[in-house]
Design a protein around this ligand. Structure first.
Ligand code: NAD
Length: 368
């Protein structure tokens, strides 16, 4: 707790709420980081080993992501200390108890995150009327099914090609983590003329320089197979994806996969960060020095939260795609232009953009 208070700055956290209801077996934390742009949106994460520090860090990341995306929402996050694999009926009771406990935190709108899903959001909405990432039958837009985040990554890559010396038409793409984000990023990039040449999952990777049929690979995954079951191409261990010769490299799996050691193996010209914090600070600097352009996570992967914000206002899937296209296109161009002019890392330019918007919004509020 002391560390969090020491790390607090003039942006936030605005509010930290600890929830302890032993009779219901509920222990949770809500961090509302900043609400200058509007009520905070951020996921509820369920895991046995979550912490206040993790919650606060993720809440700040949401403040920056939402401000950078130009959404009328601040940043927040919540964590529930529990095993997400518990029986469904227990999970429902716990999430309903959690919802009732946060009924008064009206400046926080809950979304799904690790360990929670659209059904959990439906229970929260049912209790307090305030949640996003809902099932379609009650107005939700299934963002992973439609590929909201992957679509945004493809838009970011389309803009970034103007800042690199290659064109999307025929560009070779490698995707680390062929899941919801990775699959749809590959699909939308293929629609723009790029070719998927390698993909990995937690079990291994497939490399086929002549091209991988994205729909066929997705069907194998949907049927319970692994990317290495793709019938064509060479098969390697999952970490070999980092060294694949390609134009666009998309991390869409875990944090910190590019670090001071692994980044040296990268043979790409553009990295579009689908995953959250896939590169350490050292790796970002090395990429910059090697002339590899890297579009930061909270610019490139904002498609999901933009979709959630559209859903919250009652918008449709078409509205969501239009908003993602417009916002990510504008922000990627602005960040990459600024980075080029100031000769700084794209991440520095992105953080400056987000912080500038947050401070402008804060200046308009009496309290924020
Ligand atoms: P997902 O579970 O659908 O897919 C993740 C994929 O990564 C799976 O195929 C898994 O097998 C693979 N994987 C796991 N560890 C791996 C490893 N070490 N090497 C290679 N592959 C590995 O998850 P997702 O929703 O696609 O999310 C991917 C990342 O993007 C996460 O970091 C998530 O936080 C981030 N993100 C997701 C969204 C979204 O809208 N889903 C939005 C923003 C950020």
């Amino acid at each position: 707790m002391d560390d969090i208070l020491a790390a607090a700055d003039d942006l936030g956290p605005y509010k930290i709420v600890h929830i302890n209801r032993p009779r219901e077996g509920l222990r949770a934390i809500v961090v509302v980081d900043n609400i200058a742009c509007g009520p905070a949106i951020g996921g509820a994460r369920m895991a046995p080993d979550v912490s206040l520090a993790e919650c606060a860090r993720l809440a700040r990341a949401m403040s920056l992501k939402n401000a950078a995306a130009g959404l009328p929402h601040g940043g927040g996050k919540s964590v529930v200390f529990a095993d997400p694999g518990m029986p469904e009926a227990d999970k429902e009771r716990l999430m309903r108890a959690f919802a009732c406990s946060i009924a008064d935190i009206t400046d926080y709108i809950v979304g799904p995150d690790m360990g929670t899903d659209e059904r959990a959001m439906a229970w929260i909405k049912d209790e307090i009327g305030r949640a996003t990432g809902l099932p379609a039958v009650i107005g939700g837009i299934p963002l992973d099914e439609i590929g909201a985040t992957g679509f945004g990554c493809a838009v970011a890559a389309e803009v970034a090609q103007d800042f690199c010396d290659f064109s999307l038409d025929g560009a070779r793409v490698a995707v680390q983590g062929f899941g919801a984000v990775g699959h749809h990023a590959a699909r939308f990039l293929a629609e723009k003329g790029a070719v998927l040449v390698a993909a990995s999952d937690s079990n291994g990777m497939v490399h086929a320089p002549d091209g991988i049929d994205v729909a066929r690979l997705a069907a194998i995954k949907a049927g319970g197979g692994a990317v290495a079951d793709y019938p064509v191409g060479e098969k390697h261990g999952r970490n070999a994806i980092i060294g694949v010769d390609c134009d666009i490299w998309i991390p869409a799996a875990r944090p910190d996969v590019l670090d001071g050691d692994s980044v040296g193996r990268l043979k790409a010209r553009l990295v579009v960060q689908g995953a959250n914090i896939p590169a350490t600070a050292e790796a970002e600097t090395i990429m910059h020095e090697r002339g590899i352009l890297s579009v930061p996570d909270f610019i490139a992967n904002a498609g999901g939260v933009i979709c959630a914000a559209v859903e919250y206002r009652g918008g449709t899937e078409t509205d969501a795609f239009a908003a993602i296209d417009e916002k990510i296109r504008r922000n990627t161009r602005s960040v990459l232009t600024d980075a080029r002019e100031r000769k700084c890392l794209p991440r520095e330019a992105a953080e400056a953009l987000a912080e500038r918007r947050l401070r402008e919004a804060m200046a308009l509020r009496r309290w924020s």
